[in-house]
Write a protein that binds this ligand. Structure first.
Ligand code: NAG
Ligand code: NAG
Length: 457
């Protein structure tokens, strides 16, 4: 009897420690221009690829974030995971600007329920009928309610409790009419593979039967990492794994577009194992609502100024850049750092004065994109540049602030915004390289730790 009890105790202890085990969800972030990306085009030169990321940055910053989210098809990173049983691989664009994760699903139909083609994707299109774990959700379900506070552009459609929970998400795109996805909100098993670690979790996602992609249509869908309830960040925290922490961190390596497949890639982690610090080198800045307090779904923080050498430029001294908190968005999907026009102009003139010294000269942008470029790289005098966020001074490395775009020519990764409104401001991913950046949705802060991201962490 006591023996049996002992065995039972052991079983209970084992299973409860299994349940308490925090799962580490880790995904590779594949740069769109790296050879393992569906967007990779070997015929494009490095200069062409960089001009592309420059133009996409302008497009992303100039769309009005308050009305519809900018198209994630202009995003810079994709990732792979599996969904369903048996599991099917999905290649999704990583988007910190939107909340819903969706993938194309067969059969494809449009508004009028006519059968149409799905757009072309690299991997086979997911068929929910072939999956044992797929479940449609109804309007009355708790999971359908997760869509209530989602980012602009997402339209949940529900009339009655018993009706299927469905959605449409629209993305703004300059070059084409629109991109969108529409379909059923469903529950499905997502599987994340990280080396020998295989973790499965139930996720609420959009099974898209009516999709129109952007001008590059190759990924299966979008991985939504915004701040809304349906975002994967929130779902992984409440799904039992992840130690309950609404937290994710990523570490972006340099020159992904030039690396070979065997090189260390950038990675993103979710949950308590993703938490950065605390430590002497960790700095944090509060996570805020965006301009006007209406944009809650982006990772907005407060920039107070930028220093070039020991000359500090106050961000709020430009006419339209209010002292307002939440005046810049940290975005992994935009390459360049975009600044409101008048602040950019002041920064540019200070940079030119500091750099044009000796023989280094300002030259026209070889990408023909109006960037700040210098010739005679060897003679360029790089100033120390520091971004002063509320609560943390982030030293921006020369490697992150200047990009060698051609033989003997470097260009700055700061970009002039199309207007002077703080809503155009983005702290881009080039300035985030080799910094472990953690987004803490529970404690409303962003953590920074300078790190060599190519080394295993
Ligand atoms: C899910 O719901 C849609 C209608 O919204 C239906 O066409 C489809 O067959 C359902 N799928 C499953 C697996 O029940
Ligand atoms: C130019 O460079 C020299 C040597 O590095 C330095 O002493 C001087 O302060 C620089 N001038 C400006 C305007 O930055």
């Amino acid at each position: 009897m006591s023996n049996n009890l002992f065995v039972l105790c052991l079983i209970l202890m084992t299973s409860s420690s299994d349940a308490a085990k925090t799962t580490s969800y880790t995904l590779d972030l594949i740069h769109r221009d790296s050879p393992s990306s569906p967007f990779y085009d070997p015929s494009r030169t490095r200069l062409q690829r960089q001009a592309g990321s420059f133009l996409r940055s302008i497009a992303r910053s100039s769309s009005n974030l308050l009305s519809a989210p900018v198209s994630p098809f202009s995003g810079e990173y994709v990732t792979k995971f599996r969904i369903g049983t048996p599991a099917v691989e999905v290649l999704a664009i990583v988007d910190t600007h939107s909340d819903l994760t969706w993938t194309q699903c067969v059969p494809c139909r449009n508004n009028d329920y006519k059968i149409i083609e799905c757009y072309k994707q690299k991997t086979p299109i997911f068929n929910p009928r072939n999956s044992k774990t797929y479940r449609n959700l109804t309007c009355g379900s708790d999971q359908c309610a997760l869509l209530d506070d989602a980012s602009p552009g997402l339209l949940p459609a529900c009339n009655q409790e018993q009706q299927p929970c469905s959605y449409y998400v629209f993305y703004k795109e300059e070059a084409v009419d629109e991109s969108r996805s529409g379909g059923d909100i469903a529950l499905e098993t997502f599987t994340f593979v990280d080396g020998d670690n295989i973790d499965s979790v139930k996720v609420v996602f959009g099974c898209g039967h009516d999709n129109m992609g952007g001008f590059v249509e190759k990924a299966s869908g979008v991985l939504g990492l915004g701040r809304g309830s349906v975002s994967l960040v929130n779902q992984l925290a409440s799904g039992g794994g992840g130690g309950g922490a609404r937290y994710f961190s990523y570490c972006l390596t340099t020159s992904e577009s030039d690396r070979s497949d065997s090189d260390a890639s950038s990675r993103i982690r979710f949950g308590s194992t993703a938490i950065v610090g605390p430590g002497p080198k960790v700095g944090s800045t509060p996570l805020r609502n965006g301009p006007g307090g209406t944009v809650r779904n982006f990772y907005s923080v407060t920039l107070e100024g930028i220093s070039v050498g020991n000359q500090r430029l106050e961000y709020s001294s430009s006419p339209k850049i209010v002292k307002r908190i939440g005046n810049i968005v940290i975005d992994s999907s935009t390459a360049m750092t975009v600044l409101p026009s008048s602040f950019y102009d002041r920064l540019e003139s200070v940079l030119v004065k500091a750099i044009v010294n000796g023989t280094a000269k300002r030259v026209p942008d070889p990408r023909k994109t109006n960037g700040l470029c210098f010739g005679q790289v060897a003679t360029v005098n790089y100033p120390a540049i520091t971004a002063h966020f509320q609560g943390v001074d982030l030293v921006l490395s020369n490697e992150n602030s200047f990009l060698e775009v051609g033989v003997g020519v470097v260009c700055s990764t700061f970009l002039r915004g199309v207007s002077d409104e703080p809503s155009v401001a983005i702290f881009g991913n080039m300035h985030q390289r080799n910094i472990l950046i953690g987004f803490d949705l529970d404690n409303h802060k962003v953590d920074f730790l300078p790190t060599d991201c190519a080394k295993p962490q």
